[in-house]
Write a protein that binds this ligand. Structure first.
Ligand code: SAM
Length: 167
């Protein structure tokens, strides 16, 4: 197991089932200034250090037109996390919280996401600000920030569905 130990009796680890293959493909890796988790920011910030998202072949062509968006959502695999805690205690003390009530990297499927500012597009790479992961963290996906994105094509009936239509 990688990652930290159970910190104290408030935390609870479970016998996590072995990972099933969800068929993930790593599309690249993040180059960041941080080599240790203690140095990493807990949450990326828009004025944080410049980081480089290096995209592997055959995915580089998928960067085409990405400069249309000044903000992107980046999904990454927090590969050094343990995956078996259901309760986690805050480092500063206090009641343990459920994993799904936290943005901790320790989770059954250690997916991290950050909204980043797109600073530049290079050949097969993006320069961004707003990351909070270790150097060489594998990348899962990159999408336009949902607040900037308008789906192309004709609307679907569900697009306009309001709460009053739902049961
Ligand atoms: N912004 C993401 C989110 O909200 O989903 C991640 C937040 S998480 C609190 C960020 C922390 O994860 C960092 O401070 C660092 O301690 C840890 N971390 C970063 N990269 C990691 C990696 N590759 N494996 C395990 N832990 C990592």
């Amino acid at each position: 197991m990688s990652g930290r130990d159970v910190a104290d009796e408030r935390e609870r680890a479970v016998a996590a089932p072995p990972p099933a293959d969800a068929g993930l493909v790593f599309i690249g890796l993040a180059r960041t200034p941080w080599k240790s988790r203690m140095d990493c920011p807990r949450m990326g910030r828009p004025d944080g250090p410049l980081c480089r998202l290096e995209i592997f072949e055959p995915w580089t062509e998928a960067l085409r037109t990405i400069a249309l968006y000044e903000r992107l959502e980046v999904l990454y695999w927090l590969h050094r996390s343990r995956r078996d805690l259901v309760l986690q205690s805050p480092r500063g003390g206090g009641e343990a919280r459920g994993t799904f009530a936290l943005r901790s990297p320790v989770r059954p499927n250690p997916i991290g996401s950050s909204i980043v500012r797109l600073i530049a597009v290079e050949e097969g790479a993006l320069l961004v600000r707003g990351m909070d992961c270790l150097d060489e963290t594998p990348l899962i996906d990159i999408k336009p920030d949902r607040c900037l994105y308008k789906p192309a094509g004709p609307p679907h009936p569900g697009d306009l569905q309001m709460e009053s239509d739902a049961t």
